[in-house]
Design a protein around this ligand. Structure first.
Ligand SMILES: O=P(O)(O)OP(=O)(O)OP(=O)(O)OC[C@H]1O[C@@H](n2cnc3c(O)ncnc32)[C@H](O)[C@@H]1O
Ligand SMILES: [Mg+2]
Length: 199
């Protein structure tokens, strides 16, 4: 596997998790947080794949290197799949994690526990400067709580109850989240295709 992997994300929470998971294989991760001069990429796709591919391919062309991108979000059944691809901006352009999760709780007010099913989804896109690309996907099932709990993770983690663990995603230790998360599962699939990262 490549020793350094560029990941087209500006999300600190993702960057930390991705760096931790890839470090298990001796891969060093660089993200767009290391290149602040690169402008934001407009995520105007209607699917996780479209957005992930756009982020990865724009940066792959820029660097002339293979680049990975992560497009992810929360899918709530009782909200018809919302916030979905709009997860980052659910409560407005500010990309405010707290405002976003409060909006989900408000929209679900009065919805009983058995109807609060949800999942986190992660699509990873690996793009090459030649235009070649591949997708890897992962999901993590859960239930939306009635109030936030826990300080770990990021984004919607404090309102995402993980039944198999009996706590919210934000109450898990980082190593525990990184074993079961949508992101971890997508990376597992990528690691089964290690040859793509050679170089
Ligand atoms: O596009 P980049 O730069 O990677 O960063 P972003 O924050 O805009 O990322 P997305 O477009 O993929 O939006 C993802 C949204 O889903 C949320 N999200 C993704 N993974 C999550 C996780 O593991 N736990 C909690 N929330 C998550 C996250 O907080 C964002 O609101
Ligand atoms: Mg984004």
């Amino acid at each position: 596997m490549a020793k350094t992997l560029i990941i087209a994300t500006k999300n600190q929470g993702k960057a930390k998790e991705l760096a931790s998971i890839f470090s298990e294989d001796g891969i060093e991760v660089k993200t767009l947080l290391d290149y602040p001069e690169i402008p934001d990429i407009v995520e105007d796709g209607e699917t996780f794949q479209e957005n992930a591919l756009k982020k990865a391919s724009v940066i792959a062309k820029e660097f002339q290197l293979p680049v990975l991108a992560d497009d992810s979000g929360l899918i709530v059944d009782a909200l018809g799949g919302e916030p979905g691809v709009y997860s980052a901006r659910y409560a407005g352009e500010g990309k405010d994690d707290q405002a976003n999760l409060e909006k989900v709780l408000l929209e679900l007010k009065g919805v009983p526990i058995d109807k609060r099913t949800a999942r986190f989804h992660c699509t990873l896109a690996l793009a090459f400067p030649t235009g070649e690309s591949h997708f890897f996907e992962g999901d993590c099932e859960g239930i939306i709580t009635e109030e936030p709990k826990g300080n770990g993770g990021f984004g919607y983690d404090p309102i995402f109850f993980v039944p198999e663990k009996g706590v919210t995603m934000a109450e898990l230790e980082p190593v525990e989240k990184n074993k079961i998360s949508h992101r971890a599962k997508a990376i597992e699939v990528l690691k089964k295709n290690q040859h793509l990262l050679k170089g």
